[in-house]
Design a protein around this ligand. Structure first.
Ligand SMILES: *Cc1c(COP(=O)(O)O)cnc(C)c1O
Length: 359
């Protein structure tokens, strides 16, 4: 069996150990004579998985009992709407830091519900960097401050939480959740589509603080969109397969050494790639060094023809899914938690050979 070096932005590479474990027990889960995806989501087997995954997320992030973990559907994109649906009234203001396409999409939805103030927008800089603390201009009394911790498309990342001037943070952490430690006390809600750094597509992790839920809107709105509906009970059938795999990814993450371990590991991988990019002018990073993402490494070559050749030759060397997002072009290497250091080293060697041949 030959696995490629997979740099897909999402759905992305998963730990081989987890895939093999799932493969081994897919047909017959723990001698029950059926797969976990053929059983009731209210039965003992799935109940245990759902609880364990929630507990693990709390342990890993250091969340206390004020926190609830929900496994929802509809992707991070549904959270763009669900957050303001629950928390933003027409006479209130929420702050949204605009650092890329995903932030902009979240802003568009929030504006359907209430006032949106933008403490910083990177739009005019073509999202090439994140704000300095003194560039953030918060509003008077925002209900919350929303930010995108890692900008999957442009390749920028907040290494620590932005200052808000008092309100709790709501974070779209889809492309870097559990890649490094966070200061959980600063957050009211964190959401992440699983398919980048956590597991397969189909489940969205939502961590929500009960004390933040007290700020929820009082007027009625559809049941399934209300976070309270999902707390402490399964309101409807959860994406059982995705949660089951997510639970194993969390186990794997804990066994490796948790967020500190992954912080070092991801920093090392990113360092290898950025050092290669910075060697001369052949490869050019697309964002400012101080904002560079350790998850999505974006760069350009001298011209688009060379970029095409780079992608084709990389693929024939088993290095796949390196094409930049269609809105920005160039090359993007996504190196999430499950990306092995060997894959990064193989990419660096290929970049060296390519430069030597074409530079
Ligand atoms: C991929 C991504 C999304 C969209 O996720 P879906 O699960 O497809 O809705 C949102 N935000 C960020 C930061 C992403 O990387």
């Amino acid at each position: 069996m030959k696995r490629v070096h997979n740099f897909s932005a999402g759905p992305a590479v998963l730990p081989l150990e987890v895939l093999e474990k799932v493969q081994a027990e897919l047909v017959n889960y723990r001698d029950k004579g059926a797969s976990i995806i053929e059983m009731s989501h209210r039965g003992a087997e799935y109940t245990e998985i759902n609880q364990q995954a929630g507990e693990r997320l709390k342990e890993i992030t250091g969340a206390d009992d004020d926190w609830e973990v929900l496994f929802l559907q509809g992707g991070a994109s549904t959270q763009f709407m669900m957050v303001p649906q629950n928390f933003l009234s027409s006479n209130q203001t929420a702050d949204y830091i605009d650092t890329g396409s995903w932030s902009s999409k979240a802003i568009k939805e929030a504006k359907l519900f209430g006032n949106v103030h933008i403490p910083f927008s990177g739009k005019e800089l073509n999202y090439s960097r994140l704000p300095e603390t003194d560039e953030l201009k918060p509003s008077e009394d925002p209900v919350y401050t929303h930010f995108t911790s890692n900008n999957t498309i442009f390749g920028t990342q907040f290494y620590s939480e932005p200052e808000t001037g008092g309100s709790l943070l709501v974070c779209d952490a889809s492309s870097d959740f559990l890649s490094h430690p966070i200061n959980i006390n600063k957050y009211g809600l964190i959401y992440a589509g699983a398919q980048k750094n956590l597991g397969p597509a189909g489940v969205t992790v939502v961590m929500i603080r009960k004390s933040f839920l007290e700020l929820q809107k009082k007027d009625p709105f559809p049941t399934i969109l209300n976070y309270n509906t999902h707390i402490g009970t399964l309101f409807n059938t959860p994406p059982v397969f995705a949660v089951y795999m997510l639970n194993y990814v969390l186990e794997w993450l804990q066994q490796k050494g948790g967020l500190e371990w992954f912080d070092r590991f991801n920093t090392e991988k990113a360092y290898l790639l950025y050092s290669e990019i910075d060697k001369d002018d052949f490869y050019r990073g697309t964002v400012e060094k101080s904002s560079r993402s350790k998850m999505n490494v974006t760069f350009r070559l001298p011209d688009e023809e060379l970029e095409k050749t780079f992608l084709t030759e990389a693929a024939s060397n088993g290095l796949v899914a390196l094409k930049g997002h269609r809105s920005v072009g160039g090359i993007r290497a996504s190196i999430y938690n499950a990306c092995e250091i060997n894959s990064v080293k193989a990419l660096v060697s290929f970049m060296q050979e390519f430069r030597a041949a074409k530079g």
